[in-house]
Each structure stands twice: as C-alpha cells, then as structure tokens.
Design a protein around this ligand. Sequence first.
Ligand SMILES: [Zn+2]
Length: 520
Amino acid sequence: MYDLIIEKGDLIDGSRAPRRRLDLGIRGDRVASIGDLSGEKARQRLDAKGKILAPGFVDVHNHSDAWLLKIPHLLPKTTQGFTTEVIMADGISYAPVNPHTAPDWIFYMRALNALLYEEYTGWQSLGEYMAALDGRSVQNAITHLPYANVRVLAQGYGRAAPDDFQMSQIRGMVEQGMAEGAVGVSTGLDYLSEFFASTAELAEACAPMSAQGGLYVTHVRYRKGTLEGVKEAVEIGRRAKVPVHISHLKGTTPEQIDAILSYIDQTAVHEVDFTFDVYPYLPGSTMLNFILPYEVWEEGPMGVLPRLKEPQIRARFAHGLAAYKLDQTFIAWLPGKENSRYLGKSLAQYVAAVGKPAADALCDLLIEEHLAVLLVFHYGDDKLVFPFLAHEKYMMGTDGIYFPDGAVHPRMYGSAGRLLGSCVRDHHLFSLEDAVYKLSAHPASRFGLKDRGLLKEGAFADVVVFDPQAVADRATYQDPHQYCTGIDHVFVNGVQIIREGKEVKDLPRPLPGRALKFKQ
Ligand SMILES: [Zn+2]
C-alpha cells in the first residue's frame, strides 16, 4: 500500500536521462517505488497524463533567509517548483551573530529580508538559526556560512587584516559552521567588511573546510571586474584546496562573455572543482547602499548614516553613481510610508521630483530610509545570459529578493518557469531533461543534499509535476507578482504543498520543510 501513486506521467529523473513513462509510488517521506504501479494499491492516486514528473528544484542563490522564518509558504518560489533553498548567500545574513552584531545585521539587511528586531528570538549560531527554521516552512533549507558575519564577530567591521588570534577565531568558526551542517563559506566581496578581505585572508579562512569538501561560494569583486574576480576565486579555491562556486555569473558584452567562458573552460575547471549559477535575466537587483564608497562601512552599518552628510563622501558616491543609468534603475522597495509613492519609479524620476542633485537626493533618501532602499535595473539583453545557462557547469540560482509590496525583480517569480519554458521551447538552449538537471540533480549533488535531486527509489519525495507545454514565467518588471504557469503539483518530503498550481492550505504543523545538513 502506497500513500500516493503519481501515475501515467513521463518521469525525468534529473540525471539527464531521457524521460520515460513510469509511475511513482510514495510512502511516508520517500519515493518507495518507480515502475508500472497500475496494479498497486494506494490511499491516493494522481493522474499525471501528459505531465512531467521531476525531482524537486533547488535554488542555490537566494535571499530567502528570514522570509522562510517570517512566512510559512513562500509561494513565489514553490509555484516555480523549488523545494529546497540554499540560504545565506553573498556572505551576509542573520547568523552567526552575537547580541551586539544581531541588531547591525537586522538593520543592514532590511532591504533584502525585512526582518524586524521584534522578530529576532535570540539565536546566535548557524545551528540555532537552522533549528528555528526546521518545520517552520513548507520548503527545505540548507545554509552557507556567511563570511561577513564571521569576520565581524572576530574583528569588527574595519579594513585591517585579521591578526593571528583573529584568524584562529575565524577558522574555528568555519569549523563550527561545517559541524553545524553548512555547505561551505559564502562571500560577497562587494559587501560590507568583505571588500576589506584579501585573497590570502580568504584562502586561509576557507582551508579548514577542505577535509569535508565544503564549498567556497562567492559573489566575486564584480565592482572591480568580473574576470579578475573569478580568477581570484579560483586562486582562493586552489590555495585552500576547496571546490569553487561563483554566484550570479554573467557578462554584459559578447567580448566580456567570451573572455569569462574561455577562462572557465581553459583554466578554471582544470585548477579547481568549478561551478556557477545565474538567474535567466540580464538586469540585476541590489541595494542602493551597494554603491556607497567602502570607507563609510568601517564602523559598521550603524556608523554609515552620519557619514552620508559629509561632502567628500557625497562626491565619491556621485562618482560611483555615474556608472548607472538612473532613468533605467528603479526603486523596488523601501520601508518608509512617505516615500512609498516612489515604488516602481526610476531614480531619475525620484531625483527630478525632489529637485536636488542626484547624489544629494539619493544620500538623503538613504538617510530617510535608514539605508534600506532596494533597486531593480531594467537594462540589458537577456540573450547575453544564454551562454552561461547552456554551460555544462551551470545550475540555477534565482537571486530572488522578495517584498510582497515591492516592485521586485521578476527573477523571484519566474526563473524556473523561464528555464523550463522559453529557454527549452523557444530558444532551444538545451533539452527539457537538461533543464531539469540544472534545477535538481546538479545543484543537489553540488550542495551535498543527501538523497535529493534524483527521482529514484529510496530518495526523499521532493517531487514536481509540471506541464512541459504550458510551463512558463509570467512575471515582468512592470508586473512582477505573477506566478509561473504549468507547475501543477509540488511535494516536499512526501507532503503536497501545491495542488493544481495553488497553495495547499491548513497543512499540519510542523510543516514539511526541513533544515538539511551538508552530506547528511
Ligand atoms: Zn550577490
């Protein structure tokens, strides 16, 4: 007797093997059997005729960290088929912290996760954070160890290199993070504290995870140049003897893309165990405070506001701002009610409305909003990201940033639908089997998700049932809060969370999503 048989569908197991007409039987939280189950008994049967059965999708780069704590069902992700989120990307998050650094992170991360101080329940270690998540969301989660959190605990926000004692603390925290189940260390070398970390520091910090095969996962120094940044990551991986994974890797001109991909194919893959992710859109989304000169962060996020009044800081900010097209850069979210009328308006429109020079207008806006202003860029041709999506070493990372009341980037809602839909049917970048691999088996094996990512007997029953003709993204920059179509049913650990494309309500607690540990 099975709990559920999904029958008459075509099964894509995640390994890139061609689809086959097979039934799938689930018992408890596991796939109990795959084959012809037409004569078998089941408490429930689901007719999947004309549909694809695939392993649950894994999002290796996102900003779901606190959203998974705040809301039990992150529908923009589950309606894409994501059953597991790899959280704490870019080296910045809510753990590990201590009672002094926790308020800093809540303040700094406001425009990514909107965690409020009253929602902070006192966790400190990564293990405590993940324990708080277990059973609290319909999705599974596994985490990176975010490097800025670690560095700040050891030595504060300043630019000095760690001394021997501080480095021993950093290495101890890396060991502890791995023991608590982290997939490895994440960095975001354009973000606070981390831009002060040298190549040598990062290599030394990452070395302790070499024995377990922990990953060095990095948002490289994109502001200084993508190719140079990727080379630095490879150097760090080589010195620390750890695998390297680049976050949201893309280029903006055909020449730059050629240079990056040639370096990967001819050098990176031979020097280290190398992979990368990117969302299937060219334009990005990040915090306005990302453009500030690094020096304002030396006293930590709370020290930034007074410095934004200094004329020389504004002059440097103006210089950084010159690299952006203000008429094609839009305000996606900010916390203030007064300024909420500017959501979805361009920075050029905002600057014109307040009638000040651009750098002054935007520094004043950062002061008013306590640094929490999220931007979305609308320029660039999505076709430029295609060579990355099609690459052998690619896997999905949505980089999704969620605000239910924001004009957010459509990647939060549409990434998987686009990879399975237009990338396969319209642009013929790869087969549907390859697309499923990039969403499931490849990330699951890379990020150490035991018994997930492949549909086979004994695996956890994280399953997506979708329509290969109808699956598509619908979210746009103008109208981002549009769920994918064609993702019909989603199961996490054997529990159905999406039925006929809609949320399954009133699930018993604890919810089916689990806090997972690397290779366990
Ligand atoms: Zn990033």
